[in-house]
Design a binder for this molecule. Sequence first.
Ligand SMILES: Nc1ncnc2c1ncn2[C@@H]1O[C@H](COP(=O)(O)OP(=O)(O)O)[C@@H](O)[C@H]1O
Ligand SMILES: [Mg+2]
Length: 233
Amino acid sequence: MLCAVSHKDNILLEAEALTKAFSTEGGSVRVLDNISLTLRAGESVSIRGESGCGKSTLLNVLSGLERPDDGLLRWQTEEVSGRSLSWLAGKRRDFIGFVFQAYYLAPELNALENVLLASRIRGNRGSEWIDRAEALLERVGMSHRLRHCTTKLSGGERQRVALARALMNDPPLLLADEPTGNLDEGTAESVMDLLLGLVSESEKCLVLVTHHPGFAARATRRLQLHGGHLAEG
Ligand SMILES: Nc1ncnc2c1ncn2[C@@H]1O[C@H](COP(=O)(O)OP(=O)(O)O)[C@@H](O)[C@H]1O
Ligand SMILES: [Mg+2]
C-alpha cells in the first residue's frame, strides 16, 4: 500500500518573522527584519550578502545561540522559542553541526581531541568514535595533523578541523559560516564537494554563508541577505 507523504515530513527548520536588532551608539540597527525561512532535508541553501549585513547573526539565531527579539523558530516539529539554555544545548548537539566563521576550537586540545569532544559531550567514549574522528579528519585532508595543538595550525587547517567536528555527530542540519574563507582554491573545492556530497548522499540540509559566487551557485537554493531581508538571487 502506498503511503501519502506530506511535504511537511522532511522539514528540518521553520523560521517565521524573525527579527533581531542590536543597539549601537548611533541607535538601534535591525539586522534581521521579519525573516521567514523553511529548510528541508536534501537541500543546500547559499546565503550571500555584504559584510556586516547579518549573515552570522542569522545563523546564530537559527541555531538558537542567539535569541531573536521576535518571531518563531521550530526545529523539526519542536518549538524552540522560550526553551532553556540546557534544552537548547542538548538538542543542538544532535541536530545542528555548526562551522563557525571564527572556528571556536578548544586551544588546549589537539585536532583529534577537538573533533572527539563533540561525541564525548554526548557520552560516547568507545574506540569506534576515535576511528570516526580520524576518518573525518582524513576526509578533510587533516590526517597528517591529528595530534597537532590547534593553536599551531594555520587558519585553513583550523577551519577543516572545525568542519570535521561539525560532522562528528552526523547532524541533519549543517550551518557553515564562510567555511572556505581561509582555504586555497583547491582545498576550498574539496570542502565544498564534501559538504554538497553530504547533502545529496545523506539527505542533510546545508546552509552555506559564502562570498564565493561559484560556490553559492552550486546550492540548490540561492538567497541574498540585504537590509534585514532575505531574497532569492
Ligand atoms: N552582539 C552584537 N552587539 C552589537 N552589534 C552586533 C552584535 N553582533 C553583530 N552585531 C552587528 O550586527 C551587524 C551584522 O553582523 P554579522 O551578523 O556579524 O554580519 P555578517 O556576518 O553578515 O558580516 C553588524 O553591524 C555587527 O556589527
Ligand atoms: Mg559573518
